[in-house]
Write a new protein. Structure first.
Length: 214
C-alpha cells in the first residue's frame, strides 16, 4: 500500500478527525497543530502533552484544536501516523537506491534512515510511529511496526528478486521489533543515539535475517 494510502487509511479508520481538512488552508492548519505537538514532545515527551500546549505552540485557539481532534490521544495518534508516512517513504526510497547491491546493504540503509528520523524529526524519538501509546482495545488489527515490516519486505523482495514467504515476513517483523527496541534504547538518554546500542541493532538484525536469506 502506498505511503499516502496508509496515512489516509489511518486517519480515516484509526484517528477520529472532527473536521477532515479538504482545503489547503485547513491542511496547513492541521500541519501546524501536528508540528506544534511534535516540538513540545521533543522537549517534554508525549506523556505530558496537553491540547492547551499545542494550541499555544501553534498560535491557535483551543477551539481550533478540538475542531480537528476530540482529545490529546487522537492528536498523538495523528502525529504517529504522520511519522509512519514519512518513515515508509524513506524505506522505499532507500531500498531503491542503486548503491545497494544486496539485501543486507539495503536493510542497513533502512536502519540508517530510521536513525536519521530519530535525530532530525521532531517528536520522533519519544513517540516514534505511535505504537508506544498503549490503548485497549487496540485501535488497529496490526501495530504500525507490522506495516513498516511489510513495506520493507515488499521493497526488498521486489528489488532483489527474493522469494516471499510467511517465514520471511515473520523474520522481518521480528527484526523490526528488535531494531525498534534497541534504537529506542539508544536514544533514551542520548540525543544523537548511543552508538553501542545502534551497532548492536545492526548486528543482531543482519544476523537474524541472514539465517533466512543466505
Amino acid at each position: 500500500m502506498p505511503a499516502h494510502d496508509v496515512i489516509e487509511s489511518a486517519i480515516d479508520g484509526f484517528i477520529t478527525l472532527r473536521n477532515e481538512p479538504v482545503q489547503a488552508r485547513s491542511t496547513a492548519r492541521l500541519a501546524a497543530l501536528l508540528d506544534g505537538a511534535a516540538s513540545i514532545i521533543d522537549q517534554i515527551g508525549y506523556e505530558r502533552l496537553t491540547t492547551a500546549m499545542v494550541a499555544e505552540r501553534a498560535g491557535a485557539s483551543i477551539g481550533t484544536v478540538y475542531r480537528y481532534f476530540p482529545d490529546r490521544i487522537a492528536l498523538l495518534q495523528a502525529l504517529g501516523a504522520r511519522n509512519l508516512e514519512r518513515l515508509l517513504g524513506s524505506v522505499s526510497e532507500v531500498v531503491s537506491r542503486p548503491e545497494h547491491k544486496d539485501w543486507a546493504s539495503a536493510v542497513n540503509g533502512v536502519l540508517s534512515a530510521i536513525i536519521d528520523l530519530y535525530r532530525s524529526e521532531p517528536g520522533f524519538r519519544s513517540l516514534r510511529v505511535g505504537d508506544v501509546i498503549d490503548l485497549r482495545p487496540a485501535p488497529l488489527e496490526r501495530p504500525f511496526n507490522s506495516i513498516i515490516s511489510d513495506r520493507i519486505v515488499d521493497d526488498i523482495v521486489a528489488r532483489f528478486d527474493i522469494k516471499d514467504s510467511p517465514e520471511l515476513r515473520f523474520d522481518f517483523e521480528t527484526a523490526v521489533e528488535i531494531a525498534d527496541g534497541l534504537t529506542a534504547r539508544a536514544f533514551a538518554r542520548e540525543p544523537r543515539g548511543d552508538e553501542a546500542f545502534l551497532t548492536s541493532a545492526r548486528s543482531v538484525i543482519l544476523d537474524l535475517l541472514s539465517k533466512r536469506l543466505s
